[in-house]
Design a protein around this ligand. Structure first.
Ligand SMILES: [Zn+2]
Length: 352
């Protein structure tokens, strides 16, 4: 058999920074100096802002950035964020799932302050003309006033889906619109942003703006906290193809195709959460369980989304791939973790 043929995978950033965050912490420290102790955030209990189950049929791809400088770090000291990100991004896997419709829900009771509903959804490729968007980077959205200085914003909603009007009272769990890809968004999601007195607050680590270095609390209702537990990395999709996967289409059918007479068999994985130093191993096995191809890489930087693929050319003496179950395997390992953060195996059956 010829040597394995490996293809380096392209890497994509999942979402563009909306705006550089101001030096909030420095300013707040100054404010805090004049309002020592006892300043606490008024209570706010948040319900899930999406009608899907995080970790099952939707995913948190980005959290709020807690790094006031040019870096980016999420509340869990992880990399599921980017510089200046002020909210929590709940995504669905594909453009097709977005088209099927996933409701965005009011996270708490309140009054609708503003809406926008006329902007088109971006292309499935995620390639957005930022210049044309002007100031409307958040796309279609809903802004809700919850009282006591609290408000929540829901961005990138699907064109024409907004179901509420300004001045309307809404209850927690009430549909506001649908997950979309309007504005500056590279994948279908809702940007959920909580603010207290106009300051972005992380619902996973809500700190009193007057005391930003004091321990933070959690705004999520205790009943939904288990399904919102931190997930370091997540596979969005995987599959087999005969050509290098188009990074702009991965996850949207037709994801890929494979014919037994094709000249190459490629296994690909589309995932997010990779950090610098992670070990990424991808393998392809023949029906007898022998390794056809194998490649390991150490991630050289944090990645919002990564596509890895590994292929093997068909032996020139064969007119088609032999029948049987071929298996693709992908493993993501990180120092300090006993178990891999990701381990998946997927089979493709080639018929006689
Ligand atoms: Zn966002």
């Amino acid at each position: 058999m010829p040597a394995a043929s490996c293809f380096p995978g392209p890497r994509l950033r999942g979402c563009l920074a909306l705006a550089k965050r101001p030096l909030r912490r420095a300013l707040l420290l100054l404010l805090g100096a004049s309002s020592l102790a006892h300043a606490e955030l008024p209570p706010l209990s948040l319900q899930l802002p999406v009608a899907c189950v995080p970790g099952e049929n939707c995913f948190i791809q980005n959290h709020l950035d807690h790094d006031p400088g040019p870096g980016a770090v999420d509340y869990h000291h992880g990399s599921l964020t980017y510089d200046g990100h002020k909210g929590t991004d709940f995504r669905v896997r594909t453009f097709q799932e977005m088209r099927a419709g996933v409701a965005v829900l009011a996270a708490a009771d309140g009054v609708v302050k503003a809406i926008r509903d006329h902007m088109p959804d971006g292309p499935a490729s995620g390639l957005v003309d930022e210049q044309a968007l002007g100031e409307r980077l958040a796309g279609n959205g809903v802004l809700i006033d919850h009282g006591d200085g609290w408000e929540s914003q829901y961005g990138h909603l699907r064109a024409g889906s907004v179901a509420v009007t300004p001045g309307q009272n809404v209850r927690a769990g009430e549909p506001l619109g649908l997950i979309g890809q309007s504005g500056l968004a590279q994948f279908p999601h809702v940007h959920f942003e909580v603010r207290f007195n106009a300051q972005p607050i992380d619902p996973f680590d809500a700190r009193d703006p007057a005391h930003p270095d004091a321990p933070g609390g959690v705004l999520w209702n205790p009943r939904i906290r288990p399904i919102l537990s931190y997930r370091h990395a997540e596979v969005l999709s995987s599959g087999f193809s005969s050509a290098i996967p188009d990074a702009t289409l991965v996850g949207d059918p037709p994801e890929a195709s494979f014919n037994p007479r094709d000249k190459a068999l490629i296994f690909w994985v589309n995932f997010f959460g990779a950090r610098r130093g992670d070990k990424e191993t991808i393998r392809l096995f023949d029906p007898q369980g022998h390794i056809l191809a194998e490649q390991s890489d150490i991630a050289d930087k944090h990645q919002a989304r990564t596509i890895r693929y590994l292929g093997r050319p068909r032996h020139p003496s064969l007119s088609r791939w032999p029948a049987g179950n071929f298996t693709g395997e992908f493993i993501l390992e990180r120092d300090g973790f006993v178990e891999p953060l990701i381990r998946i195996r997927k089979e493709i059956t080639i018929l006689q």
